[in-house]
Each structure stands twice: as C-alpha cells, then as structure tokens.
Write a protein that binds this ligand. Structure first.
Ligand SMILES: [Zn+2]
Length: 98
C-alpha cells in the first residue's frame, strides 16, 4: 500500500535533509530545488502527455524533497510567471507559461 514508495521517499529525505549553507546544516528549502530542473520537468511531462503536469507528477520527479517544498517552488514559479498552474491542493494543471 505505497509502502515502498514512502520508505524510498523517507530514505532520500534523510540523505538530502542536511544542506550545508553558510549558517551550517539546515532543512531543505524550495531554493534547493533548481528552477531550470523544475521547468524542464513540467515541459517534459506536458510534451509527453500532451497536457498539464499534476502536482503528483512533480512529487514523483523530485522524491528527495518534501511535498510542501515542491509546492512552494511551484508557487514561486507561478508568481514569477514561468509556469501556469494552481497550488491550492487540486491536481495543479501545471504548464509552461508562454
Ligand atoms: Zn487548485
């Protein structure tokens, strides 16, 4: 029942959690998730499927990051006008802004 996936996520989270910033170890934050990588992934899914990427597609694509962090990154990209979509908790329908 999603056990393997959850365990894999938890393991990756433990590996990636300590990010060494100038102030020492800290939790991962949305700025650790590369803008170019996220945009490329939205574009890849959009191209592959012929329509939007969902938030679950993006959680799957970046398993080292907690869902909240992925959502925060998507929210920033929407505000920056780089992607279209919604972070209210619905599927998201993320597309590249053109
Ligand atoms: Zn929504």
């Amino acid at each position: 029942m999603g056990g393997v996936r959850e365990r894999e996520r938890a393991n990756l989270r433990e590996v990636y959690r300590p990010c060494l910033g100038s102030a020492g170890p800290r939790m991962v934050a949305s700025k650790d998730l590369g803008t170019a990588k996220v945009i490329a992934e939205v574009a890849r899914i959009e191209e592959y499927r012929g329509c939007w990427a969902t938030r679950w597609d993006l959680y799957w694509a970046f398993p080292a990051f907690p869902e909240k962090v992925v959502m925060a990154k998507l929210s920033k990209l929407i505000r920056a006008g780089k992607i279209n979509g919604c972070v209210c908790g619905c599927r998201g329908s993320f597309t590249i802004a053109s």
